[in-house]
Ligand binder design. Structure first.
Ligand SMILES: [Zn+2]
Length: 356
């Protein structure tokens, strides 16, 4: 490709990995893997895929960095989980503080909250010291103790909010615990629209999705979700949901997790069981359903509950995202179309949705 391709990854649990697993994102992947050798982290959470050197090597200019807090489940007690809104709030505060600290301490990381900050990050490529921009995304809204508190989170830099994670929240049902929007959820949508926040519908129960799409006046995306037509299940998006998102100018971030790319995949399957052709096929499905290439991007979810053993063949770290480029070319996508998928679609949305 002649054209400069910025890669945007719309879903990485950077802060959660740092605070819960002690994974400093400034370290390269091989160093983290070395440090974790002999620990139970790779077996439990997967082999590390993300690090600043890999973002830079892979032209990953912008990452949506999550504030992810996990509800405690009786059968599965763990530290760093919450049962009350107060606990959820504290855990997420630590994560947004982490992103601010990271950007303060590391000159190659910047937080993006405005169009000007986005432009500054992009104009640092290529140079001696390109910067990776992080857009804070709250995955599951329980840390917002009351709808009015969304304003405080906006001021702290959060630009996207998903109402629920798979277990649901006080705001809405989730993909594994279905339910509608709650009264509090409807109120939160109003506050978010006033602030100009982007609604992330990943993990929303379908019932809540339908109502949210009717009610919400602001920008809507699915930061990390794949077509249900290829892998069945409530976690993925039906063709009707994909069309609805596209009608509203939304973007769908394709997850590079084997279980979301090929039905029947299970942990322990060989690396070549899922390939970049499967990723390209998921991208292509969205394009075929909506009739253009403007509503799909990447939302890898790397290190979000799976590691390199759960990513397609050819993808060992986040630096390998660019290997999707030839896979898309092989399906007949042209240079501009590929650039749209790899990052330009997300950049267009951010330019329109972020405040000056
Ligand atoms: Zn998720």
């Amino acid at each position: 490709m002649e054209k400069k391709v910025y890669i945007v990854d719309a879903h990485e649990d950077v802060a959660w990995n740092a605070l819960v697993l002690g994974r400093d994102v400034r370290r390269g992947v091989s160093e983290t893997r070395q440090l974790e050798r002999g620990s139970d982290i790779p077996r439990r959470d997967g082999t590390r895929m993300v690090g600043l050197p890999e973002w830079l090597a892979g032209d990953v200019a912008v990452v949506f960095g999550t504030l992810f807090v996990e509800p405690a489940r009786k059968s599965y007690p763990k530290p760093h989980t919450y049962t009350t809104a107060e606990e959820a709030h504290e855990l997420a505060c630590a994560q947004i503080d982490y992103y601010h600290r990271l950007a303060d301490e590391c000159e190659q990381v910047a937080l993006i909250g405005t169009r000007a900050e986005l432009d500054a990050v992009l104009s640092s490529w290529p140079s001696e010291k390109p910067q990776v921009g992080i857009v804070p995304l709250m995955e599951g809204a329980d840390p917002i103790r009351e709808p009015a508190e969304a304003e405080m989170w906006f001021q702290r830099g959060v630009r996207l909010v998903g109402l629920s994670w798979l277990t649901g929240s006080s705001y809405a049902g989730g993909n594994a615990y279905p339910g509608p929007l709650t009264g509090k959820g409807r109120e939160l949508l109003e506050v978010m629209a006033e602030l100009g926040m982007i609604l992330d519908v990943s993990h929303l129960a379908e019932e809540a999705f339908v109502e949210a799409m009717e009610r919400y006046e602001g920008w809507v995306v699915a930061s990390h979700a794949n077509p249900r037509a290829r892998v069945p299940g409530q976690r993925q998006l039906s063709d009707a949901m994909i069309r609805r998102l596209a009608e509203r100018g939304g973007i769908i971030g394709i997850v590079l997790y084997d279980a979301f790319l090929r039905p029947g995949w299970s942990k322990g399957d060989p690396k070549d069981a899922v390939t970049l052709a499967d990723v390209a096929a998921a991208v292509d499905h969205v394009c075929q359903v909506v009739g253009d290439v403007a509503h799909v991007g990447l939302g890898s979810d790397f290190d979000g509950g799976f590691g390199a053993e759960g990513a397609p063949q050819g993808i060992d770290t986040v630096a390998d995202l660019g290997r999707l480029i030839p896979a898309l070319a092989e399906m007949g996508y042209g240079e501009d179309e590929i650039a749209a998928v790899m990052g330009e679609n997300w950049l267009r949305l951010l330019r329109e949705a972020l405040p000056e």
